[in-house]
Design a protein around this ligand. Structure first.
Ligand code: MN
Length: 238
């Protein structure tokens, strides 16, 4: 019998699924997890299903080897190793999102690097790493993070960054809470869209590393404000 997690945490995870669909970060694919509040060796994630349909009853527990612990024997996403290996490598991380949010994709497949262009996305830091799965899985993989070795290689590429891109696939976003990781995923998509537009206009004046750090700290003081409105909008539409 898995140790029950805080019901508030489960409710926040459920609403985060709906917010991320509503904000165009997740669609029929992608997932968000949060570390178990009483067992740091486990995380909570929906069973394998569309994020927009997730309820509290769909949340299962997974350990850091990617093994699901569920009384009903349910399965979760094949790419759960993204989450398990990041939680293993990064004790500071309490929540992870993997998405295919569209505006970010071009930055994984070209020489253009995703960097913070405005004060809402300072968490991107100096530069966003890009994970090249060919280095681990060869020339003919399906690009999915399907096992522990690929999850570890991705976590190594992420390092201490907040966000990493997966070439030809999507991105992974980390945070110290569900509210922070949702904020970051939404503004990663927004920064990518705006950076693409700005690149067509001319040379970009990016945030300095110091500005990136200061604006990230500032935004972390106000995470509840956007969370409340995104939550209300998601509830109205679900
Ligand atoms: Mn994926």
């Amino acid at each position: 019998m898995p140790q029950p997690a805080n019901p508030v945490l489960i409710d926040d995870l459920v609403i985060a699924n709906h917010i991320l669909v509503n904000q165009g970060v997740l669609d029929g694919f992608g997932h968000i997890s949060t570390r178990h509040d009483k067992d740091p060796g486990r995380f909570l994630i929906a069973r394998s299903m569309a994020p927009g349909l997730v309820t509290a009853d769909d949340v299962v527990q997974v350990d850091l080897d990617g093994k699901v612990h569920d009384d009903r024997g349910r399965h979760t996403y094949v790419e759960r190793f993204i989450h398990s290996e990041i939680y293993r490598a990064r004790p500071d991380v309490q929540a992870v999102i993997h998405s295919h949010s569209p505006a970010v994709i071009p930055f994984g497949i070209t020489g253009a690097r995703l960097r913070p262009i405005c004060h809402m996305s300072g968490f991107l830091g100096a530069q966003t790493p890009v994970f090249e799965i060919r280095h681990s899985a060869g020339e003919s993989s399906d690009l999915l993070i399907r096992n522990q070795d690929l999850g570890k290689a991705l976590a190594d590429c992420l390092g201490q960054a907040a966000v990493a891109l997966l070439r030809g696939h999507g991105n992974v976003v980390t945070g110290i809470s569900i509210q922070q990781v949702v904020f970051r995923a939404i503004y990663t998509e927004s920064n990518a869209r705006l950076q693409s537009e700005a690149m067509r206009m001319g040379e970009i004046n990016f945030l300095t590393p110091g500005e990136a750090e200061a604006t990230a700290d500032m935004n972390d003081q106000h995470l509840d404000r956007p969370w409340q409105v995104w939550k209300k909008q998601a509830l109205q539409r679900s």
